[in-house]
Design a protein. Sequence first.
Length: 315
Amino acid sequence: MQTMAKDSRWSRLRPAAGPWERWLLIAWMVAVALLFARNLAAQEVQAVVGTAVAGARAGADYADGAGEGSPAARALSAEERGLEIAVEADRRDSGFSDFTAELDMILRNRHGQQSTRRMRTRTLEVEADGDKSLVIFDHPRDVEGTAFLTFSHPTGNDDQWLYLPALKRVKRISTSNKSGPFMGSEFSYEDISSQEVEEYTYRYLRDEVLDGTEAFVVEQVPVDRNSGYSRQIVWRDREHYRQLKVEFYDRKGELLKTLTWHGYQQYLGQYWRADEMRMVNHQTGKSTVLDWRDYEFGTGLTARDFDRNSLKRVR
């Protein structure tokens, strides 16, 4: 996920501004983004939302000191509060540099029949951009050697390539196909990309207890018009800002899928990763489970490990 900006334009704009003046300007930026979001082209929308996100990040230090019960916290609108939660979640998961993991993908049809695929994944955090990730399939034999590469971006379209060893060719995933199923699973190509803050607009809905855990509930709407979703409802735990549950609504506004996370563990004293992710498709009755294991952080990965020209030779 994108790391926080080290040098904010906001700090240079009004160096003498007091806390309340700073938050009024941030609120104005968010309001402008929301007002024009439905009338601008996708890239223009992302640019405006990005400005609001940058403003929220610049004011994060003040927000941390204000406290939830302060007048400043109470004054936030639902849109500002939703954005604040998203920015804080991103901040807490920034700085991991890179990690690798192994996982099993368990596919189940509506009759309960299942098949399993074994995979490896690598992720590289990129300064001032989205993450780079590589997924390699090791089993069964019919998918062995398949590799999926993603370059996520806060603004504009993500870049994705799929190497199919049976055809010995690299296929670029078009933006119009991002809602398609990833390797026959209930996860779409869109779901596999890292989720950048600038890719959505936000609205805080409520606080709620989910399975015994106090959680924020936030609605997020994709900025990209090619998204397969009209909106998503996200539950994050209040203590660590970890995702607990997401409801995905299709373009008609109907509930399509639900994703839940289970068995969170903390790494390096900061970064939370789940042992299991369960995606259920309510419209087809199918489901996909991702069982994660063997997380390793700080392995020394570089951009050269994510070269699309070497996908055919990846091991």
